[in-house]
Write a protein that binds this ligand. Structure first.
Ligand SMILES: [Zn+2]
Length: 439
């Protein structure tokens, strides 16, 4: 059974409502809610004649009135009420009935919960199930396990690696599970305030089997990786993610990823990738993701699509055209994108993949440190270098050394025109790429 299907009922019923509504124009009552409305009229007339019915039960649990309803069908927002009974949206339009609770949403937008298609909340949904950082932004479905990073499966070796390897992205976790199914059970047990879906993270799978080996896996090792991916898919994962700039995912070559994606394809899952290069090697890296999809039979979702760095400004014109050409050949390939011009990542990883020179030219901020060097936190790298009286490159080396490679960095590497272009693409979805703060 797919994981957490029951908790997506609310969204499905909204979609059902929206789909039928989209095919017709309606003013006071959506066609899908006609029967409910007839009953509303009946109960309103009962209220006008109290002798017929002493104290009618409210028909709905909740009515959100007078909001600007934006339903996700690309239709413009319109003034409407939304009536909810149990966990179903029962009526959208002018709702005549009554509810146990009513909210006047005049002056506010009312929309289905947002799906954040790219997050790093794997550990956070268990550690902090209130997930205020999602709910307060209107996100009701969180898609975790991205960029090859995650918290399961977890053997003892991975548990040892996690604090330095993935905790800088995902936050602390004792990883009290071994399999993906056990991790999903822990999420269910924590009962987070949003729906959660997750990918099997390739980097985690690889570490469980070969650690930080730079070699291609042997047949036996590859089979072990396949089995871990298979276990995750059976547990209800929605696909596999890779992070080909991060250790250990960066040690994987294309054939390994194709073989593992074939397992994902058997379950109808998605291959999503933080591709190998988002700078001057962008097009080749997009081509690799498309090849993996084509050879495995998986739909492809390219993560946080961007042209990273002033030297590749405008390159998303070519990459989006390249992706559209692949789609025209019948390959199912989409992108996700975050709507900001700064990226956030591990300082060590960015340095390792050759972004060192970029620190000289783009504003970069040390976002978090793990140990006691708070003096670096929230500061521009250039300012830290000035204070230390050393060149930027040397200052970064010192920060990495002092903080044992743990800092994360925010780099303003994108041109706003590129961001706007990707966001506006018909095949782009918004994902925050958010990573949770510590409680
Ligand atoms: Zn990423």
């Amino acid at each position: 059974m797919p994981w957490r299907t029951t908790r997506s009922i609310e969204r499905r019923s909204w979609q059902r409502c929206s789909r039928r509504r989209a095919s017709s124009t309606w003013s006071s009552s959506p066609p899908c809610c006609t029967s409910r409305r007839s009953r509303s009229i009946a109960s309103a007339s009962r209220r006008a004649h109290p002798e017929r019915s002493e104290d009618p039960m409210p028909e709905y649990d909740l009515i959100i009135r007078n909001g600007n309803v934006i339903d996700g069908t690309l239709a413009p927002g319109r003034a409407a009420d939304v009536a909810i009974a149990g966990d179903r949206i029962e009526a959208v339009g002018t709702v005549i009935g009554t509810a146990r609770r009513e909210i006047d949403a005049r002056g506010h937008a009312v929309s289905p919960g947002f799906i954040d298609v790219h997050t790093h909340d794997d550990a956070a949904v268990v550690r902090d199930p209130r997930v205020d950082f999602k709910i307060m932004q209107g996100v009701t479905t969180d898609v975790a396990g991205n960029c090859g990073a995650g918290v399961a499966p977890a053997n003892e070796a991975f548990r040892q690696f996690y604090p330095a390897g993935f905790a800088p992205i995902l936050g602390e976790s004792a990883l009290p599970w071994s399999t993906t199914a056990e991790f999903f059970a822990a999420v269910d047990e924590a009962h987070p305030a949003c729906n959660v879906a997750a990918y099997v993270p390739h980097g985690v799978v690889r570490y469980n089997v070969v650690g930080l080996s730079k070699e291609p896996p042997t047949d036996v090792e590859l089979q072990q990786m396949r089995e871990l991916v298979d276990e995750g898919m059976r547990a209800g994962a929605i696909g596999m993610s890779s992070g080909l700039v991060y250790l250990p995912g960066s040690n994987a070559e294309t054939p390994e990823l194709i073989e593992l994606a074939k397992v994902v394809a058997r379950y109808g899952g998605i291959y999503t990738s933080h591709i190998r290069n988002e700078g001057d090697g962008l097009l080749a890296a997009v081509a690799e993701a498309i090849t993996i999809g084509e050879a495995s039979g998986c739909p492809v979702q390219i993560s946080h699509h961007k042209a990273g760095g002033p030297h590749v400004k405008g390159l998303t014109k070519d990459s989006l055209r390249f992706i559209a050409e692949a789609r025209a050949r019948g390959i199912d390939v989409d992108v996700d994108v975050y709507p900001y011009t700064a990226s956030s990542s591990s300082l060590a990883a960015m340095y390792r993949i050759g972004r060192g020179p970029l620190f000289e030219v783009v504003p970069s901020i040390i976002a978090s440190v793990k140990y006691e060097h708070e003096k670096y936190e929230g500061k521009y790298v250039a300012d830290i270098a000035r204070e230390l009286g050393m060149p930027v490159g040397d200052a970064i080396q010192k920060i990495l050394h002092d903080e044992e490679n743990s800092p994360s960095v925010i780099m303003f590497i994108m041109d706003e025109e590129d961001v706007r272009r990707v966001v506006a693409d018909d095949h782009a979805m918004i994902g925050s790429d958010g990573r949770p703060s510590e409680p």
